[in-house]
Write a protein that binds this ligand. Structure first.
Ligand SMILES: Nc1ncnc2c1ncn2[C@@H]1O[C@H](COP(=O)(O)OP(=O)(O)O)[C@@H](O)[C@H]1O
Ligand SMILES: [Mg+2]
Length: 323
């Protein structure tokens, strides 16, 4: 990768995109913190979205809004993000929380000692917002009692620490709340990260907006050619399922082509190649949303990238492993 390409990618990926569900979720969580600061009332929120809709990025944005500080006598951690480990147990979640709080020996002690320490440290560090990311990992053990126990543990911890708590995860986290009444009562407020909740604009239109908000950061102009805006919107939605991660991957693939092929503009042909390279290797011909003879349908059948409930291996991760 040459310096110019590196710089183009840096510019392209440097800013938070202010797309509507991201902004709503950010503002709502910010409101929870402000409410807590002013009244000590702790309200909670469930944020769901498919993989690549921006949940982890939302956690990062809140950490930046309320950054950590190191005082001479203690660390201040206003926002504590705890990623729930795969196949979560009470011990592993408590350890993850202790590690994030800077506990020097998170694995030491019995489960209840760890839990008590996590609550104590949270108070000592002035935590004002708890964010549990990847909450769907609580369900990875299916119907086993662990799922209930971790849910109950979380409820107990929330009662103990008494700060606003946000649970983030895949849409199936709703099932977890369905079977755990105590948790359900605490998470009556819910938000979805998916595009398509704006009654005034179709999901395709929102997808097109997300795309066009990114095109000014490209190193060369985007040219849609003879394709109409509404057709482009349809193709973009089919290619990305309206998930910010895929809209970005598509354009990152296009940037790579700009440097590889030295093209002076990005057209549907570049997007076609980028879709196959970055999103779905089998997506060629009628299965490629940017191909002239695309099938004009959603790619959500079995084996396709947006199959419902499928665990899609995100392109960015694949490359990170390959590198
Ligand atoms: N608001 C945003 N602005 C810019 N990029 C974003 C935004 N939200 C997500 N992304 C990008 O999309 C990708 C996936 O986001 P992530 O937060 O990991 O999704 P999730 O946690 O829902 O799977 C990341 O590469 C991230 O940089
Ligand atoms: Mg995530």
């Amino acid at each position: 990768m040459n310096v110019a390409e590196f710089e183009a990618l840096r510019v392209f990926t440097s800013e938070y995109l202010q797309f509507p569900p991201f902004v709503s979720a950010f503002n709502e969580i910010d409101r929870l913190v402000q409410l807590y600061r002013q009244t000590s009332v702790a309200q909670h929120l469930l944020v769901t979205g498919e993989s690549g809709t921006g949940k982890t990025t939302l956690c990062k944005a809140l950490v930046e809004r309320y950054p950590r500080a190191t005082l001479p006598e203690r660390d201040v951690v206003p926002v504590l993000v705890v990623p729930i480990p795969p196949a979560a147990t009470i011990a592993s979640v408590a350890e993850a929380m202790l590690a994030r709080l800077g506990d020097p020996a998170p694995t030491t002690g019995t489960t209840s000692a760890k839990t008590a320490r996590a609550a104590r440290l949270s108070r000592a560090c002035g935590v004002e917002l708890l964010m549990f990311d990847e909450a769907n990992h609580i369900q990875d053990r299916g119907q086993s009692p662990t799922q209930y126990m971790v849910g109950d543990w979380l409820k107990g911890l929330m009662d103990d620490v008494q700060v606003p708590t946000v649970l983030l995860g895949l849409p199936r986290v709703e099932d977890l709340l369905r079977v755990n009444e105590q948790l359900r009562r605490r998470f009556t407020r819910r938000l979805q990260m998916a595009l398509g909740q704006d009654p005034d604009n179709s999901i395709e239109t929102q997808c097109l907006r997300l795309f066009t908000s990114l095109t000014p950061s490209l190193p060369v102009p985007f040219n849609k050619g003879v394709t109409t805006w509404s057709e482009l919107a349809y193709r973009l939605h089919a290619a990305t399922d309206g998930r910010v991660a895929y809209v970005k991957s598509l354009l990152i693939g296009a940037i790579r082509l700009v440097f590889e092929r030295e093209v002076s503009e990005i057209t549907l042909a570049e997007l076609e190649t980028a879709f196959t390279a970055e999103i779905w290797p089998q997506g060629v011909g009628a299965l490629n949303p940017f191909c002239p003879n695309f099938d004009f349908r959603r790619l959500d059948r079995a084996g396709e990238p947006f199959e419902r409930g499928a665990l899609v291996d995100r392109p960015s991760r694949r490359r990170a492993h390959a590198a």
